[in-house]
Design a protein around this ligand. Structure first.
Ligand SMILES: Cc1cc2nc3c(=O)[nH]c(=O)nc-3n(C[C@H](O)[C@H](O)[C@H](O)COP(=O)(O)OP(=O)(O)OC[C@H]3O[C@@H](n4cnc5c(N)ncnc54)[C@H](O)[C@@H]3O)c2cc1C
Length: 337
């Protein structure tokens, strides 16, 4: 069985689930990694070292920044000529679009967020969560090739074998219209909740510290946002200390405290870190579906009856403005930082 693995990267930084996809594909047979962009030597080297048998590299200035149309046309042309059985994508905002567009070009379908594959003869049976993770469905794709996205941390990352080499093939850009990207919002691109091993999240509670006096001249809403920013500064400091990412509830996002790219939950990101620390989050079902698969959940909340405590392994009832800084200080001492 031949599998194409699309290596997703943002400005040269590869989404680790790309390597996890190579590890998964190795269990089925031959792995061909697809690397698109410009200045790709390091990524190509890494793709071989993580186990790709072949790397098809399309290194062209027209692909410097991700654009759905040229990337999808190039990928579809390669898949039409090399006829892989399976195309795997790490699930990201870019690949959701790219996988769907390629599936249309190739007249097949996309299985999204697959967490398990089984081979029945030559047929691939995929398992994936549906209904907000309440049900696991087994499904097959009747089209060829099978196209699937896999979430971060669902499959093991293979060992990197330094110096490992394979067949390098150069591909060409296939696109009728090429556009360029003028710029990105740094805050949007820097958030990578899906791959984070540790997430510290803030909810509406981060704005609730009446003792904080906002600068003069602010109206009520501005004062709320200002207070929330002081709260998120504490959340961010703890996340940084632990080498983790900052998450948020929808109330915090809707309140204008933090950008949407941080939102965890039904209409945000679904995450499965080793450790999730929820600060000032009540634990509404729409939030829980996004984080309840975390291995260890710690909740910090003033309200002992908050539903978040039902899923938390450790709970601290109290004011996050006292507890989070105390936790950060204690951890600094413990970690010698
Ligand atoms: C269709 C739909 C989709 C949705 N999608 C999402 C989603 O993706 N993600 C999501 O999160 N929500 C989502 N929601 C919203 C969800 O229902 C809740 O409204 C939201 O999660 C509440 O956020 P919160 O816990 O931060 O706020 P609240 O429910 O207001 O909870 C705030 C908590 O902070 C505590 N608190 C207050 N002050 C302090 C303090 N100083 N110290 C400690 N604790 C304190 C309070 O006791 C309270 O428990 C969705 C809703 C709908 C209808």
């Amino acid at each position: 069985m031949k599998t194409f693995v699309y290596i997703d990267h943002f400005k040269g930084e590869v989404q680790p689930a790309s390597w996890e996809a190579i590890g998964l594909a190795k269990t089925f047979g031959t792995v061909v990694a697809l690397v698109f962009g410009s200045g790709l030597d390091e990524i190509v080297k890494a793709a071989f070292e993580y186990g790709a048998d072949e790397v098809i590299v399309v290194d062209d200035s027209a692909l410097t920044d991700y654009r759905a149309e040229p990337y999808a046309s190039t990928l579809s042309a390669l898949a039409s000529s090399s006829t892989p059985d399976l195309i795997l994508f790490p699930a990201t905002a870019r690949t959701r679009e790219l996988a769907a567009m390629s599936a249309v070009d190739l007249n097949t379908g996309v299985l999204t967020d697959v967490t398990k594959f089984e081979l029945n003869g030559s047929q691939l049976i995929a398992t994936r969560p549906i209904y907000e993770g309440k049900v696991l469905e087994k499904t097959v794709c009747s089209g060829k090739p099978v196209i699937a996205t896999i979430p971060g941390r669902a499959f093991l990352k293979p060992e990197r074998v330094v110096g490992k080499k394979g067949t390098l093939t150069k591909g060409e850009v296939k696109a009728e219209a090429l556009t360029t990207v003028q710029g990105y919002s740094a805050s949007e691109s820097a958030v990578n909740l899906g791959d984070a091993g540790i997430i510290v999240s803030g909810g509406r509670g981060v704005s609730n510290n009446p003792a904080l006096v906002p600068p003069a001249g602010m109206d009520e809403k501005q004062a709320e946002i200002w207070r929330a920013q002081q709260g998120f500064a504490l959340v961010t400091e703890l996340a940084k200390l632990l080498g983790g990412a900052v998450g948020a509830s929808r109330a915090a996002v809707d309140g204008g405290y933090i950008p949407y790219s941080h939102q965890v939950g039904q209409t945000g990101k679904v995450v499965s870190p080793e450790l999730y620390i929820a600060c000032g989050i009540s634990g509404a079902i729409q939030h829980l579906v996004g984080m309840r698969n975390a291995k260890i959940i710690i909740a910090i909340n003033k309200d002992a009856d908050a539903p978040i405590f039902k899923v938390a392994r450790y709970g601290v009832v109290g004011d996050l403005f006292a507890i989070v800084p105390a936790l950060t200080e204690a951890l600094k001492k413990k970690l010698g930082k």
